[in-house]
Design a protein around this ligand. Sequence first.
Ligand SMILES: Nc1ncnc2c1ncn2[C@@H]1O[C@H](COP(=O)(O)OP(=O)(O)OP(=O)(O)O)[C@@H](O)[C@H]1O
Length: 629
Amino acid sequence: MTTEPLTETGRQSHTFKAEVQQVLYILAHSLYTDREIFLRELISNASDAINRVQFEMLTNREVRNPELEPQITIEVNKEARTLSISDTGIGMTAEEMVEHLGTIAQSAARAFVKQAGEGAKQTVSEIIGQFGVGFYSVFMVADKVTVVSQSYRPDAPAAMWESSGGDSFTVGPAERAQRGTTITLHLKEDATEFADPWRIEQIVRRHSNYVAFPIMLDGRQINARTAIWRKAPREVTTEEYHDHYRQLTLDSQPPLSYLHISTDAPVDLHAILYIPSRRERGILERRIEGQIKLYSRKVLILEEAKDLLPAHFRFIEGVVDSEDLPLNVSRESVQSGTAGGSPVMQRLRKTLTARLNKELNELAEHDPEKYRTFWQEFGPFIKEGIATDYEHRNDLLKLLRVQTTKSGEEWITLATYKERMVPGQKEIYYLMAASREAALSSPHLDPLRARDIEVILFTDLMDGFMLSGLREYDGLRLRNIDEGELDLPGEVERPAPAIDDAQFTALAERIAATLGERLKEVRASKVLRDSPARLVADEAAFGREMQRIQQILGHEVQTGPRILELNPAHPLIAALARRAAADPNDPLIPLAAEQLYDNALLIEGLHRDPAAMAPRILRLLELAANAER
Ligand SMILES: Nc1ncnc2c1ncn2[C@@H]1O[C@H](COP(=O)(O)OP(=O)(O)OP(=O)(O)O)[C@@H](O)[C@H]1O
């Protein structure tokens, strides 16, 4: 930014930073249909400014005009084609104007220019929201903008900032009687609509209705008078909740569900918590995590209160308001739970968490379709909580849903699994695989299918993480069925081997020689029925769930050799064994060994490079077709 010498009026001319110039150019020259959001941005800045001065007043006595009521005032003049918005906020000094209204975070600007330049599908309001070019959006509708401000600092003189877009702005002294800021827009010819009071009221209702301070127009308050979370739930309509959610989050989809708490005892608590309908909103995934705004006595204490819910509920959006929070707390002390904030925060957290759990359980019970959506979008968070949050594990286990060999497309609870266990079953059986389809073709299922035992199919990356911390449910151990020695209830008849021991040994030796160090042992299976082979984990191999995650993420892990079990009653194994016994150098055997091993990895979702199998499969096909080489 370059700065020119003072002119006679005491104004100094500055050049916008290059990134700002680019942003301004795009904003001024694009035909955006939702230009009206410039007003939302200005109101949001005004509201921030009031929040900030309220905070100053809590901690700092030296504030100019402490008696001023928090208020945002809009004035329009059709003849002059102007719109102005004033606030009783923190104000800006001349230096702050240069700093805040001349620059823009460079990375944000670059990302903005890139997105806008690509003609991205999202609307300008989404882009602006994401990149924080808020103030500059005025240049979509104005060809000249004047800002006059009086800082809260008692000794700072009033100042003005003015620009017609382009590449420069001026800053100089000004007259302003009281603390706060007035921004005046000289509207472009095609933006006259924004000098119409009716239009302004419509925009405020649509985008800024729930701003916590009065927004005045022609002597009337045009935003909602009472914060909806302070109303009794029966007085709030679904539409109002949806509107509030949209204005809070900028999410274009309505929330999946919401929860409104309004109580005075044992704590004073007025809160609305929203469960979004999807996890990822907007291209930048800025809102993959929710935000909970914390108010006390109408003062916004925290824009993003982290400690009000356990970490696994971080996708929740909403507002929490409690009169019980001491006003003399700083943001930091509320956050860290010190300085007296702690006991109240803990009580709030406890109440909110319990109510949210209850709400989710009720959703599952009364609206299974919605709960299914919830589970698909936010299941991974619940699983994370189960693994890491011992305090809430039992509550979270009620929210857990799984698919099994018997559930089809349905999602069931562990309680349902338990009810459906066969007589004599003492453990919960599960299988980890790449997908449901892959899981259902797993050879490990053979002995359980034969006994009609239900098996949980875990196919999500987070499942491994969850299982690393979850060893049992309701007194039942969770057992991975890839283990060699499962003590299964009930007896089933075993199919008779189709080959003799010598033939089997010949095959086992050839396979062991081919697969070398990848295997600990090749042995005859006591449990396989319909499948030819399986890879069995070493029971001692603790932590395989986490290892699995590492493997899927492509990290090098020492997994230790496993045991290959062959099914001597299977036609393929029998045929291979006969060939191995007849000709130890039969070329089919090593190819088959490799392919059986790869099949096992594929089903488990652990194969590193499936494409590498293509030449071998081709060779196997040639052998099957007796093709000449
Ligand atoms: N009405 C106002 N009163 C006091 N300061 C203001 C006001 N409007 C803007 N500012 C200052 O100008 C800065 C830049 O505003 P701008 O809207 O461009 O970005 P932001 O508010 O920081 O980010 P975003 O609007 O995207 O959340 C603000 O951070 C604030 O410091």
